[in-house]
Design a protein around this ligand. Structure first.
Ligand code: HEC
Length: 224
């Protein structure tokens, strides 16, 4: 048994050494030699991931064949292409703190909070941004203009503008099957998100629903 544990430790250390750089890059940990990653990348949320799934993802990425195509040129506005400016942006908005459970919330709501704010990165679309493109925490999950689409991203707080009249079951059915109350279906960029949500366990979808229903209700500042 102790021998097995030693072997496991050796494997864990090797993984850390081999995959550490991939993980540090994914989380955009400070590295004076590396170029800053553009803010549209979801790295802000990767910081919140638990180590196990992050190792798994880094391992998966490292098995992919090297891409042979030329990367397309950036289409970001000039302001966001200045990498020195990105350092400033991160000083303003980047928080390297790991996930901290919500005091007083039960384990299901905390699991949902971890999934929504970390791997699910739901706020990257559903939280509006301020003038400098940082998430506007005061209006978290209350909806935002959709950058890629003509429409807006809906409010997913339990306000009447959002999902106030959805039950936990309505939310879990939507995440599992893409069917919304009123027989509508998800559209646009929410379709691939839902397809990934369908791969979670039922418990994790329920945890996400429980967390969304526990959020403070916020009115939407954007057209639904
Ligand atoms: C890539 C951007 C994006 C991400 C990430 C995202 N969403 Fe969405 N979401 C949308 C868009 C756009 C819609 C509206 C889709 C439509 O028009 O049917 C939407 C719709 C929804 C709705 C339906 C709201 C309503 O009133 O119809 C729910 C619930 C929802 N999202 C939950 C989530 C959850 C939970 C997550 C994280 C696991 C998430 N979304 C992540 C873009 C996103």
């Amino acid at each position: 048994m102790p021998r097995n544990r030693n072997i496991l430790n050796v494997v864990a250390v090797c993984c850390a050494v081999l995959l550490g750089p991939t993980i540090a890059a994914a989380q955009d940990k400070p590295d004076p030699g590396a170029k800053a990653i553009a803010t549209r990348h979801g790295f802000m949320k990767l910081v919140i991931w638990e180590a196990g799934p992050l190792f798994g993802m880094a391992k998966g990425i490292d098995t992919l064949p090297a891409a042979t195509n030329d990367a397309p040129a950036h289409d970001l506005p000039v302001l966001f292409r200045l990498r020195r400016g990105l350092g400033l942006w991160k000083a303003l908005y980047m928080d390297y703190a790991p996930f901290t459970p919500i005091p007083g919330a039960d384990s299901q709501v905390n699991r949902g909070a971890y999934l929504v704010t970390g791997p699910g990165h739901c706020g990257e679309c559903h939280t509006p941004r301020d003038l400098l493109g940082g998430p506007d925490a005061d209006w978290a999950f209350s909806g935002s203009p959709a950058p890629e689409e003509k429409d807006s991203v809906p409010n997913i707080t339990p306000h009447e503008d959002g999902i106030g009249d959805w039950s936990v079951r309505d939310i879990t059915i939507a995440l599992e099957l893409g069917l919304l109350p009123g027989f509508d279906t998800f559209g646009g960029v929410m379709i691939p998100v839902q397809e990934n949500m369908a791969k979670l366990t039922a418990e994790d979808r329920e945890a996400i629903a429980a967390y969304l229903k526990s959020l403070p209700p916020k009115p939407s500042r954007w057209k639904k």
